[in-house]
Design a protein around this ligand. Structure first.
Ligand SMILES: [Zn+2]
Length: 421
C-alpha cells in the first residue's frame, strides 16, 4: 500500500485541502484507490490552523516502484492549487509505503488530542523512511502524516460537492426546499444539513472556497441518495471522504478538573459553583468545580438555543461538560445534567382551614390567618419545580464543531438524550 498525505494547502482567502485531495483522487486513480480518501480533523484548538484543521490522505494499491510518479503528480497538484501566497499556508506532503504501526496510530491520535510540533512529525517520518516535502515552513506535514496514520476506530462519511470555477465569486445557488426535503428524507442517517430550530442551512459554507455543500452521514449510499434529491447550481466534481468527523475523538476523559490543560478537549465532571450569567453579546458563562479546582464554562452566542438550557443551571447542580479548554474556559459542545439540586423559596404559611396564605402577626409573633384565627410559628420552605431534565444536551447544528459527535450517533445511550436539530 502506498499512502499520500497532505495538509495546510488552503487559506482563509480560498481553496480547500479537500478539493486538492479530490483532484488527486482523479489523477491517481490509475494506481488503484483503496477505500475512500481520508478527511481527518485534528485538534480544533491549534492556533496556526488554516480553517477546519484537516489533513487528507489517499491509499493506493501500489508498491515502492510507483513512488516517484505518485510524488511527481502530488507535488505538481500542490504547486498548482495551494495558496502559497498566504503566509499562514504552509503545505506538507508525505509519501509512505509500509505498515501503519501502533506507534504511527498513537502519533495520529495525538495530533487530534494534543499539540504536536513539526520536528516531531519530521523525526517520525524519517524513522519510517517516508518521503517528506515541506513548502515554506511546512507545518502541513503534521497533518499529512496524521491523516495517513489515523486509525479510524470510529468514522463517518462526507460527500463534498465543488463549484464550477467560474462561479466561485458568485452567491451559491441552492434550492432551499430541496435541501429541507433531502434532510427530512435522510435524517438521522445524514445530519447537520439544516438547523430546523434556527432556520438555517448549515451544510453549505459562506466562505470563498470551492465547496458548494457537504453532506455528512453514516454510509456512502445514503450520501448519494441525499445528493440526488438536491436542486443546485452545476457541480464541477464531487468526492466522498471517510472521516473522523462526528466521533468525539478529540475528547479526553480525565478524573479531575485540575488535569484539564489549555488547548485540549475534555469531558469533565463537576458541580456548578457559580450560577450562569449572560454578558454583552449574549455569551453565557458559569463555573464548575470539584475537589481539585474550578473551571469557567462558556456557551457563546452562536450556540443559540443551547444557552437556554445552560441558563437554567444553579449552584450545586452536578454536570459533565464536553468541550475544548482555552484560556482556562471550557467552550461547551455538549452538556450532561447528572443531578439537579432542589430549588426552594420561603413563603408565608398556608392556613389549613381556608388555604390562603397567612399574614405576619407582628415582629416575633409568628403568622396567623385573619379570617380563621389559625396560627403558625414562621415562614415555610417550598420546593420550586426545576424546569430542566436530566440527560445529555448538545449545541445546535449551526454551532457544531467538525469533531463533535452528534447525539443521534450515540449507539448505547446511558442517560436521556436530547438531540438538537
Ligand atoms: Zn384561614
Amino acid at each position: 500500500m502506498l499512502y499520500v498525505g497532505l495538509d495546510d494547502t488552503d487559506s482563509k482567502l480560498g481553496m480547500c485541502t479537500t478539493y486538492l485531495a479530490a483532484v488527486l483522487a482523479e489523477r491517481l486513480a490509475k494506481f488503484g484507490l483503496v477505500g475512500f480518501p481520508r478527511l481527518i480533523r485534528f485538534n480544533p484548538n491549534i492556533k496556526y490552523k488554516t480553517r477546519g484543521n484537516a489533513g487528507l490522505a489517499l491509499a493506493l494499491d501500489a508498491g515502492p516502484g510507483a513512488m516517484d510518479e505518485v510524488e511527481r503528480i502530488a507535488l505538481a497538484a500542490v504547486k498548482e492549487h495551494a495558496r502559497l501566497e498566504d503566509e499562514n499556508t504552509n503545505p506538507g506532503v508525505v509519501l509512505y509505503c509500509g505498515e501503519i504501526t501502533q506507534e504511527l496510530k498513537d502519533y495520529a491520535l495525538r495530533v487530534v488530542r494534543d499539540v504536536v510540533e513539526i520536528s516531531e512529525a519530521e523525526a517520525l517520518a524519517e524513522k519510517y523512511g517516508m518521503r517528506v516535502h515541506k513548502f515554506k515552513i511546512g507545518r502541513g506535514i503534521i497533518g499529512a502524516l496524521g491523516a495517513i496514520c489515523m486509525d479510524l476506530y470510529d468514522h463517518t462519511y462526507e460527500l463534498l460537492a465543488y463549484r464550477m470555477p467560474e462561479n466561485y465569486e458568485k452567491p451559491r445557488q441552492l434550492d432551499r426546499s430541496s435541501v429541507y426535503a433531502m434532510d427530512a428524507a435522510t435524517y438521522p442517517d445524514t445530519w447537520d444539513n439544516v438547523d430546523l430550530h434556527n432556520k438555517v442551512i448549515v451544510f453549505s459554507p459562506h466562505t470563498p472556497d470551492p465547496v458548494l455543500y457537504g453532506i455528512r452521514g453514516n454510509s456512502p449510499d445514503v450520501l448519494l441518495k441525499a445528493q440526488r434529491m438536491l436542486v443546485t447550481e452545476p457541480v464541477e466534481r464531487c468526492q466522498i471522504f471517510i472521516t473522523n468527523q462526528g466521533t468525539d475523538m478529540h475528547l479526553l476523559s480525565v478524573g479531575s478538573i485540575v488535569e484539564a490543560k489549555d488547548d485540549r478537549s475534555y469531558i469533565l465532571k463537576g458541580k456548578v459553583t457559580q450560577a450562569p450569567h449572560t454578558i454583552e453579546g449574549g455569551h453565557v458563562f458559569f463555573e464548575i468545580g470539584d475537589k481539585t479546582g474550578v473551571l469557567k464554562c462558556s456557551a457563546f452566542e452562536p450556540t443559540k438555543n443551547f444557552r437556554e438550557i445552560v441558563r437554567k443551571l444553579v449552584p450545586g447542580d452536578e454536570v459533565k461538560v464536553y468541550g475544548s479548554v482555552k484560556d482556562r474556559t471550557v467552550n461547551l459542545e455538549k452538556l450532561e445534567i447528572v443531578n439537579l439540586v432542589p430549588l426552594t423559596r420561603t413563603v408565608s404559611p398556608v392556613c389549613p382551614q381556608c388555604g390562603r396564605h397567612m399574614e405576619s402577626a407582628g415582629a416575633g409573633q409568628g403568622y396567623r390567618c385573619r379570617k380563621c384565627k389559625t396560627k403558625a410559628p414562621g415562614q415555610i420552605t417550598q420546593e420550586i419545580e426545576r424546569d430542566l431534565k436530566f440527560g445529555l444536551y448538545e449545541v445546535p447544528p449551526t454551532a457544531r464543531r467538525h469533531l463533535a459527535k452528534q447525539i443521534i450517533r450515540i449507539a448505547e445511550p446511558w442517560c436521556a438524550m436530547h438531540p438538537s436539530r
